[in-house]
Ligand binder design. Structure first.
Ligand code: URP
Ligand code: ZN
Ligand code: ZN
Length: 460
């Protein structure tokens, strides 16, 4: 099968030019002006922006968490991602404390194999680092193509590791060419504040926010960057939300330290005032919580300064019924919010169309940097000869409105209900197949492939 995309305005992290793209099978075969080729399918991209497919390196699909499962599985989640222009996601496997990494991988494969519509990969969350787990790291990096290891500095008793385990894991991961992801918040401080608020009868979603003040994230981020400075292991802070945490990273760079930072679309666009309504605020109960307007300014600036390299989602949806588990106690509300389908269009509308970031920056933070950081570049994350033909076509001027009535995520509300956006993803190709066209998904469950990743460079 071959596809010719004609006359599009091609945007990569570095380039902006009009040309044709010729695709043979799963990858890009030629790029040039007025290509003289015959193709099975011809797509007229005149007037459209043509960009690499989005990469969301932070999603939780079908994940057991807080006594329930996130409500999008690999089929519904990756399909919704495709509708929103994200062609590859990286999901998190969670080790069960006391069990091996391999048993966790087997469990996750049981849910993901043959179910995804879009491409996916895995990070491995190490929740119990010991002499046995240590022996498994090299195998994961060299044979499984899982080269990033998630650590939690919070969620004590289930996911959190202590600093002793953290240092040991970093040394082992560095030795074999991997990277450490971190949920950087001070779990003990948060647990203290949760218990205090509950003892005082403060049980509404607002107290989820007040139990995780900025200092809990700033302190843990600083501790983490100090630890990776000591071990020399490449590090990536997931879902960074605030000025205090970004300043910890900024300070670390003054000693020429390398560390990567991800924020999520919600932290750029939403703020903590959403918690000031009764239980409705549960829609945005996530960890870390939404912050202040000044933090949004910091994050947009951080993108333009190159201090924040990735905009992800931390997509972790729960049905309203599931959120109601915490009706009388904010600490029982499953943490997470849905955005896998909305990230690319929200960032385009609020970022590019409102003049906050350039088109090239958009591609960089929504696709290219994640591919580079996590060992998928140049197979994923760019438009170049030899790369996978993961391509999106955007109409930069088309207006549309977000609603749970029309989205494709398996969740019965939207955190962005009624938001009017400018810029619509019209066509999506994944490995040379048109998977989204005219608001219709053309790919079946099972089309999505697991992406084996390379050792990381620790640099982009
Ligand atoms: O609230 C969140 N973020 N839920 C998913 C788990 C995590 O901490 O990333
Ligand atoms: Zn987290
Ligand atoms: Zn997460």
């Amino acid at each position: 099968m071959s596809v010719l995309i004609k006359n599009g305005r091609i945007i990569t992290a570095a380039d902006d030019y009009v040309a044709d793209i010729y695709i043979e099978g799963e990858s890009i075969a030629q790029i040039g002006k007025n290509l003289d080729v015959n193709a099975d399918t011809v797509i007229d991209a005149s007037g459209k922006l043509v960009m690499p497919g989005g990469i969301d390196p932070h999603v939780h699909l079908d994940m057991p968490f807080m006594g329930t499962y996130s409500s999008d599985n690999y089929e519904t989640g990756t399909r919704a991602a495709l509708f929103g222009g994200t062609t590859t996601v990286i999901d998190f496997i969670l080790q069960t404390q006391g069990k091996s990494l391999q048993s966790a991988l087997n469990e996750w494969k049981g849910r993901s194999d043959n179910n995804a519509v879009g491409d996916y990969s895995f990070h491995m969350a190490v929740t119990d680092f010991n002499e046995e787990t240590k022996k498994e790291i090299q195998h994961f990096i060299e044979n499984e193509g899982i080269t990033s290891f998630k650590t939690f500095m919070a969620y004590k008793g289930a996911l959190m590791i202590d600093d002793r385990q953290m240092i040991g894991l970093q040394e082992e991961v560095k030795k074999h060419g991997g990277l450490i992801n971190v949920h950087a918040t001070n779990g003990d401080m948060i647990d203290y504040l949760i218990a205090k608020h509950k003892a005082e009868g403060k049980l509404s979603p607002l107290y989820h926010y007040l139990s995780q003040p900025e200092v809990t994230e700033a302190e843990a981020s600083e501790r983490f960057v100090d630890m990776i400075n000591y071990t020399g292991c490449p590090g990536y802070i997931v879902h960074l939300t605030c000025e205090g945490a970004l300043n910890a990273v900024r300070n670390a760079t003054r000693r020429n330290q390398n560390v990567f930072v991800e924020t999520c679309i919600q932290y750029l666009l939403l703020d903590a005032s959403l918690y000031e309504q009764n239980f409705e605020g549960a829609k945005w109960v996530m960890s870390p919580p939404l912050r202040e307007k000044k933090d949004q300014e910091t994050l947009w600036a951080g993108l333009n300064q190159g201090m924040v390299q990735v905009v992800a989602t931390d997509h972790c949806p729960f049905m309203w019924e599931q959120k109601l588990m915490g009706k009388d106690d904010f600490s029982k509300i499953p943490n997470g919010h849905p955005a896998i389908e909305n990230r690319m269009e929200l960032l385009f509308s609020e970022g590019v169309n409102k003049g906050r970031i350039t088109l090239n920056k958009y591609v960089e933070v929504a696709s290219t940097n994640a591919a580079k950081i996590f060992g998928m570049f140049p197979k994923k994350g760019t438009i170049a000869v030899g790369s996978d033909a993961d391509i999106i076509l955007i109409d930069a001027n088309e207006k549309h409105t977000i609603s749970a009535k029309t989205h494709h995520m398996n969740v019965d509300y939207s955190g962005y209900e009624g938001w009017e956006l400018t810029g619509k993803i019209k066509t999506v190709l994944l490995r040379g197949q048109v998977v989204i066209d005219n608001n219709e998904c053309k790919a079946q469950k099972g089309y999505g492939k697991f992406v084996k990743r390379n050792k990381v460079q620790g640099k982009i």
